[in-house]
Design a protein around this ligand. Structure first.
Ligand code: ZN
Length: 135
């Protein structure tokens, strides 16, 4: 069993509008949709890059978790998301291999995907997201 591809790389930004313009110029493509994730108080912009995407994540409120992240570590890469075929099987495999799961059970993410996070403590300081596409 192996991961299928890099789904997206998420970047924490202070100002989503300004960062969107900068990354659109960098990549030469347009953010194709924005969405607000209310329970995390973030706004997200999805910028396609070939088969993958950049996910620009900015705060929608000063109490957002992304504000805490940026005040501790500065703007920059927030997480890497891998697409997998069977998220429950991958979570079992990784747990057995000693990785620390943030989500033991997958939850519903954007576009109806199932997602789960792996703690950066066991992945070289990088927050890892798994995503399974539902048909
Ligand atoms: Zn993500």
């Amino acid at each position: 069993m192996s991961f299928l591809k890099i789904s997206h790389i998420a970047i924490a930004v202070e100002d989503l509008d300004a960062a969107s313009k900068a990354f659109e110029t960098l990549v030469g493509n347009k953010v194709d949709h924005f969405e607000e994730v209310a329970d995390q108080k973030v706004k997200v912009g999805m910028l396609p890059v070939g088969e993958s995407r950049l996910e620009l994540v900015g705060p929608s409120d000063p109490s957002s978790t992304i504000v805490k992240f940026i005040s501790k570590r500065g703007e920059g890469i927030h997480h890497i998301c891998f697409e997998v075929a069977d998220i429950r099987a991958e979570l079992r495999r990784l747990k057995d291999a000693g990785f620390q799961l943030i989500d033991d059970e997958p939850r519903h993410g954007a576009d109806g995907h199932l997602i789960a996070f792996i703690h950066p403590r066991t992945t070289g300081g990088v927050l890892v997201e798994l995503s399974e596409k539902r048909k």
